[in-house]
Ligand binder design. Structure first.
Ligand code: SF4
Length: 119
């Protein structure tokens, strides 16, 4: 029996009730299908945000209130998906896990917390 009558889940609660759907996938659906200002927060985006703004407190990015609030604020833009993609690319290609490419980083002109520390 089709409990959803052929309709794709619309809310976070409905999405996260599906097997295998967690915060990241739910956010991807909400942002890309419905334009909601929610981040595609993964380890790479978390790393870039933490280096730029300062570190989180909890190991699990899904439960760290500071990182959650920060990532939501940063992608709260009329082009929310592109903002998330930009941050994902920044974390993957420039602000790498080891040896971040700070000399090539476009956001360094601001005040990157980690770059200021020289780390
Ligand atoms: S300046 Fe360096 S540490 Fe800061 S966000 Fe850019 S690549 Fe990452």
């Amino acid at each position: 029996m089709d409990r959803r009558r052929g309709c794709f889940p619309r809310t976070r609660d409905e999405l996260e009730s599906l097997p295998g759907v967690g915060q990241y996938v739910a956010n991807a659906v909400l942002a890309q299908m419905h334009g909601e200002a929610v981040p595609l927060l993964d380890g790479g985006m978390a790393r870039a945000l933490e280096r730029y703004f300062g570190p989180r407190e909890l190991a699990d990015i899904r439960h760290d209130a500071y990182l959650q609030a920060l990532s939501h604020r940063v992608v709260d833009h009329e082009r929310v998906v592109e903002m998330s993609w930009a941050l994902l690319d920044l974390g993957a290609m420039i602000c790498k896990p080891s040896k971040p490419r700070c000399d090539s980083c476009k956001v360094k002109r601001g005040s990157c917390w980690a770059a200021e520390l020289g780390s």
